[in-house]
Design a protein around this ligand. Structure first.
Ligand code: SF4
Ligand code: SF4
Length: 343
């Protein structure tokens, strides 16, 4: 984001909007990954499961998504699922529309289907391919989106690799480096990102990292980022994995992102995981990245996070007060908020 976009994001927060929007554009996915939070019974807060929601296709899906984007005017949109490439034709129509609106777009996929090389023409698009470890473990968990299929799907394209580190991976010294080495040698890869597995409150199982494994992974990532610049994770972001936000209220990512499910009505709260995620064990790269920005001192002892939380409170008040301003444009609304603050 450039300075102008940061000011725009701040303006959106002050006027009571969230600058980031995440849309589960379909409930369908050809994979059945263990540990998938989208199809977890808790995802919709106990109100049924994602597979039971209605979803949309074709003109209806494209039109409804653009209407939401035009109403909320986010700076960043994530198209997720299910797998958004199940609605491949609709995504093809949405990408130029979002680019024309100046929106940064992220498509998160298993790459079970080809990612067109021509998508590299979009300056604000990031295609993120989810990969669960090295080939033997990944293929077992994520068939039919196996390594072989992914390598075919991304040929000629530019993508970011995202991998979630589980307890099983953290228990194997050298594993993360082998993964980074394999993918860093592929010409299609722009960046590599890691998250740590984030459980629901009270969950147990091998996927969860112990505190000792978490410390080991953090040390390993700090070392690897110096050896492999393609590992696009700042040290301050990695450090946040040792002290995740205490609660959704303290999570800048959850507070700045509006997540909508496949019926385009149901809100996923408190963050993209839904249900009751265990913030104390969070390792989501987006949350850690914004926590690092939040803890950055911008004015004496004042952090960006303190300014954000104060601005968010102003935004919430403004949303309640603004009914008399209904019909005003985005710019007029932001100007009104800045004027009130100056006064
Ligand atoms: S590809 Fe994603 S949405 Fe589909 S089952 Fe796997 S984790 Fe869940
Ligand atoms: S992203 Fe992580 S820290 Fe933020 S609300 Fe969700 S689980 Fe909690």
């Amino acid at each position: 984001m450039n300075t102008g976009e940061v000011v725009r994001a701040w303006g959106r927060i002050l006027s009571g909007y969230k600058p980031s929007l995440s849309i589960e554009i379909t409930k369908e996915c050809p994979l059945r990954c263990p540990g998938c939070y989208a199809f977890d019974a808790a995802h919709l807060g106990g109100e049924g499961s994602l597979r039971e929601l209605s979803d949309f296709k074709g003109d209806e899906l494209v039109g409804k998504i653009l209407a939401i984007v035009d109403a909320e005017k986010p700076l960043h949109v994530s198209l997720v699922g299910g797998d958004p490439l199940v609605r491949y034709r609709e995504v093809e129509r949405l990408l130029p529309e979002l680019e024309a609106r100046g929106v940064h777009t992220q498509v998160v996929t298993s790459a079970f289907r080809t990612i067109p090389a021509e998508w590299s023409r979009f300056k604000r698009l990031n295609v993120v391919v989810s990969i669960d470890g090295l080939q033997p473990e990944h293929d077992e968990r994520r068939k039919p989106a196996t390594y072989e299929r992914i390598l075919k799907s991304i040929a000629g394209a530019k993508v970011t690799i995202h991998s979630t580190i589980t307890g099983q991976i953290a228990a194997r010294p050298g594993y993360i480096e082998e993964f980074v080495r394999f993918w860093s040698e592929r010409p299609e890869i722009n960046k590599i990102w890691f998250s740590l597995f984030t459980p629901q409150v009270g969950a147990t199982g091998e996927e969860l990292l112990t505190a000792e494994q978490r410390r080991f992974v953090v040390e390993d990532l700090r070392r690897l980022r110096l050896l492999y610049p393609i590992l696009d994770m700042h040290e301050s972001l990695i450090n946040e994995m040792l002290t995740p936000p205490r609660s959704p209220e303290a999570c800048v990512f959850a507070r700045t992102t509006h997540t909508i499910s496949a019926d385009l009505k149901t809100k996923i709260t408190p963050c993209q995981f839904g249900g009751e995620p265990d913030c104390s064990q969070c390792g989501c790269i987006a949350s850690m990245g914004l926590a690092a920005v939040g803890n950055h001192r911008v004015l004496g002892p004042l952090t960006a996070g303190q300014i954000f939380f104060a601005s968010d409170r102003v935004g919430e008040m403004w949303r309640r007060m603004k009914k008399p301003f209904a019909g005003t444009s985005e710019k007029q609304e932001e100007a009104a908020v800045f004027t009130i603050l100056e006064g």
